[in-house]
Design a protein around this ligand. Structure first.
Ligand SMILES: Cc1ncc(COP(=O)(O)O)c(C=O)c1O
Length: 423
């Protein structure tokens, strides 16, 4: 597009954007299983009333926060003390949820990837300062999110992969053998994206702690989910700061915290690690002291305000109600999938991420039929599988989804292959 000579009216612009959106995923109808975490319709009318007497209205709360903080810039907290307070509140509420010790440090970031980048930066800085490591390695399970490979690439660490076992969890014995004097950080996911299982965090963290190596629990997905499953009496294996060797964690408010994109929290067990290795301060230019807690310079204010608003709106009570509904929906989908004889769920998912495959039908071809019916299931390999990140709003699609899936299994053709989906 060439830069336009003439401007356009607001209604015309709006009309054009709406027209452009026609082929976008119909996420609000519960047709997608990644990227967005809708809640609409997750709770019965009577269950929506919390003890505070107010109904749960997440979407409106988020929209209000965005409206109020559309143009503000979180770069300079002294100009906008309200943002400084809200960011500190989001970070400390998350630290409370994840049992961080009193001396913790941390900040908000734009998302899981940036939180992971910051955790890796701190681990690299600590390895150099405390152990003289100049050619650091990052040890992460094969199932860890690509954000770790990206962090290693950006920050100049060697990325070493820990194999996973038949249960899709990191192999502790293999991890112990892969550790070297150069290992700056070991990683475990709670849960990991591909199979939704939780790595053996205490065992992996112990390997790190014994050698003074940083250990990061990636709870980008689980940080705002597992604590509420625990409150519902579910058996949640240890994953947070209650595990001694865990030195940092990431938790995304823009996933199961149910806010809009641009909001994650990175936490470090010690405040000094955050100050010494994450926070960037600079005054060797004419513009005065410049400080920045993470990668971005100018920072949008709305994601901070919206994260704060949603966390305050829901409280533990609201998150627990949504988690309960989400577990019911996940159980219904999982049972329905396993009742289709050709399909099986991979491993034992800990929460609401489920991958399923088949020994008898071409699962990619099944995915193609589901695509044609307007469902969006991500494809996985090793083993081939379809992937679902289930959200509370999927409560309303369980029956129609399972009927379409059974039909797709019975009537699929040849797989069109991955290339066909992206061409
Ligand atoms: C386990 C896990 N970690 C990290 C990330 C990266 O988060 P983001 O996409 O917000 O950068 C994701 C994203 O899905 C994830 O599932």
């Amino acid at each position: 597009m060439k830069f336009p000579e003439q401007g356009m009216s607001r209604p015309d612009i709006s009309g054009e954007m709406r027209a452009k959106k026609k082929d976008d995923a119909r996420w609000a109808e519960g047709r997608t299983f990644s990227l967005i975490y809708p809640t609409e319709g997750a709770l019965d009318e009577d269950a929506r009333d919390s003890s505070s007497g107010s109904p749960i209205e997440i979407d409106d709360v988020v929209a209000d926060a965005h409206d109020l903080y559309l143009y503000e810039n979180a770069l300079n907290p002294f100009r906008f003390p309200s943002l400084r307070e809200m960011e500190a509140d989001v970070v400390s509420m998350t630290a409370d949820l994840l049992h961080a010790p009193e001396d913790f440090g941390g900040s908000m970031t734009s998302g899981g990837t940036e939180s992971i980048l910051m955790a890796t930066l701190v681990a690299r800085g600590r390895a150099l300062a405390e152990r003289g490591v100049t050619e650091p390695q990052l040890l992460a399970p094969v199932s860890a999110h690509p954000a770790f490979a990206k962090a290693a690439y950006v920050l100049g660490l060697e990325h070493v992969q820990i194999p996973i076992g038949d249960d899709f969890r990191a192999d502790v014995g293999a991890a112990a053998e892969l550790v070297t004097d150069r290992t700056a950080m070991i990683v475990g996911s709670a849960p990991g994206y591909p199979h939704g299982v939780i790595d053996p965090i205490p065992e992996l963290a112990a390997i790190a702690a014994e050698r003074g190596i940083a250990f990061h629990t990636d709870s980008c997905v689980g940080g705002f989910l597992l604590p509420f499953l625990e409150r519902l009496g579910r058996d949640v294996p240890p994953f947070d700061f209650r595990v001694e060797g865990v030195t940092s964690m990431s938790a995304d408010v823009h996933k199961y915290g149910y806010t809009t994109k641009g909001a994650s929290v990175v936490l470090h067990r010690r405040h000094e690690w955050f100050m010494d290795h994450q926070v960037f301060l600079y005054d060797r230019w004419p513009g005065g002291l410049y400080g920045s807690p993470a990668m971005a310079g100018a920072r949008p204010a709305a994601p901070i305000a919206a994260a704060w608003a949603v966390m305050r709106h829901l409280g533990v009570e609201g998150y627990v109600a949504l988690a309960e509904s989400l577990l019911d929906t996940t159980a219904a989908l999982k049972t329905g999938i396993e009742e289709i004889p050709e399909l099986h769920v991979l491993g034992e998912p800990a929460a609401s991420l489920v991958a399923f495959g088949s020994d008898t039908v071409d699962i990619g071809a099944v995915g193609d039929v589901m695509d044609d019916r307007g469902w969006h299931l991500d494809r996985q390999t090793g083993p081939d599988a379809l992937h679902m990140m289930i959200s509370p709003a999927h409560r309303k699609i369980v029956d129609v989804f399972l009927a379409d899936l059974a039909d797709a299994v019975a009537n699929h053709g040849e797989s069109r292959g991955v290339e066909a989906r992206y061409s």
